[in-house]
Structure formats: C-alpha cells, structure tokens
Design a protein. Structure first.
Length: 276
C-alpha cells in the first residue's frame, strides 16, 4: 500500500508538471493574444527616444506604441524583454515574447521567419560621426573608414552593399558602437536616423557627435509577431491604425523624437499594410 501511495503521488506530480509545461512559457495568454492577462513584449533597451531602459523605467516611442497595442488588445499588464537585433526572430519563434516593437525594419528576408503588422513609422539610414570630423559627408566617403553597426541589423547589410570595401565592425549593441566612436576606435556609426538623432541629443554626447544628415535607405518599422498568425496581425494593425488616427502617434513623435530636433520624413505617418 505504501508503494502504491508513492506511485500515485509520482503520477500526480508528473501530470501537474505536464499541465504547467503546456500552459506556460509563452509571450501571451493565447495564440491570438489579448484576454486580460500579462504580455511579454520585445523592445530595445539602448535607443534614446525609441526604446531606452533606465533603472526600472522604459521610455521612447516604441515603448509607447507597445503599451498602446497591449492596451487595445486587452492585456492587463506588460513585461518588457530586451530584443537585441540578432535575437529578434528567435525571441518570437520560441514564444519568449508575444510581439516586438523595436525599430524592426520590415524586409523580405525577415518575413520568411516572422510576420509583421505595420509599418507604424518610416525612417532612413544615416551616419553618426564625431563633431570635429569633416571627412565623412555621406556613405560615398566611407571607403577605408572603420564603420560600426550592430549584428543582425539591416544597417550592416545595406552599407556592405553600397560600400563593399568598408571596414565594418559589428557590435552587439548601439551603445557599444557609440562608445567606440567617441573613443576613436571607429570612424562612424550607421543605423536609422531616428536612433542616431537620439544618441546625438544625449547630454553626454552634445557637442561631441553629429548626424551627417544624408539618408541612403528607407526603413519601414513594423511590429514583429509569430509567422502566419493572421488573426493576431489584424488586431495589431487595428491598434496601430487607431494609434495614428487618435493623434497619439503625433504626440509620441513630438515627445520622444522632437527634443533631438528630429522631424519625420516623407510617408509619415504610414498606412499599415494588410495582413497576409
């Protein structure tokens, strides 16, 4: 009898573990999202004006877009997860987050692994250089220069196509690139103009860094989500559309990007594409 009771206990414990494994570990409460629970959202932690973590606080336009979407979808609370560029597709496909709002450019290559809602913003790739450097005036003057970008970003791919001979240094985060630029270890940093403007406007960088101001790509920021989840994509698209029509988009731009002197380019605010 004792053996039987022990066996029953083991079976019950195993069943409980199995149920927990089936019910937990996902970025949302259900396949299509919403429903009043908590949601995990991927954002950038090191992009001033867009997605910045300072202590327990998160600020930036992407943070506000993420919170707005979560609220519209009925989630009761949000948990932010750092979405490093090279890890974004993995975070989504392994259900570590429900969706990502982190200067995530929509590309055909990425759409093979994840789906996108949006775009919700259109940016352009540019260059950040030291304020006293007049030798770099655009992408055409990068030959022989040491250029920093982030692993897994479209910025690195774009610049290699435009300047095949560029000495590209790929770091894990933009903050590391900024530090390398100020230290003289690289000659320029390339990524979206929105991100660069935020760094140039930081108090520690004022008078030390400048944005060249000559974009050479079009970056459509989308909300990354599980591939093929059309129903959830439509819900996110509706939330983005409302974010724009309600005036919250303009308020967010002025609040988060305005202090850096950044003005949205042509096509903003964009009309989200249909989910497929």
């Amino acid at each position: 009898m004792k053996f039987g009771r022990i066996s029953a206990t083991i079976v019950a414990a195993a069943a409980a573990i199995g149920l927990a494994a089936c019910g937990g570990g996902t970025g949302g409460t259900a396949t299509t999202g919403g429903g009043g629970g908590a949601v995990k959202i991927g954002i950038k932690f090191d992009q001033p004006g867009l997605g910045l973590k300072a202590g327990a606080d998160y600020t930036g336009m992407d943070v506000e877009v993420a919170k707005y979407i979560a609220k519209e979808l009925g989630y009761s609370s949000t948990e932010f997860v750092e979405a490093v560029s090279s890890q974004r597709e993995t975070l989504i496909s392994t259900d570590q987050v429900k969706f990502i709002v982190g200067t995530y450019s929509i590309t055909d290559a990425r759409k093979e692994k994840v789906s996108f809602a949006g775009p919700y913003f259109i940016a352009g790739q540019d260059l950040l250089v030291r304020a006293d450097d007049s030798s770099i005036t655009g992408v055409e003057s990068l030959a022989g220069k040491k250029l920093c970008s982030v692993k897994g970003s479209t910025s690195a791919t774009n610049v290699q196509k435009k300047v095949p001979g560029v000495n590209l240094q790929e770091y894990n985060t933009y903050t590391l690139c900024v530090d390398a630029l100020k230290a003289g270890n690289v000659d320029a940093l390339t990524t979206d103009d929105t991100i660069l403007a935020g760094y140039a406007a930081q108090e520690a960088n004022k008078g030390k860094l400048k944005v060249v101001g000559k974009t050479f790509s079009t970056e459509n920021y989308g909300v990354g989500l599980k591939k093929g989840d059309v129903e959830f994509c439509k819900k996110v698209t509706d939330a983005i559309t409302k974010f724009v029509s309600s005036g919250e988009w303009q308020k967010s731009v002025e609040k988060n990007l305005g202090p850096a002197g950044y003005k949205p380019g042509a096509g903003n605010p964009p009309t989200p594409a249909a989910c497929a």
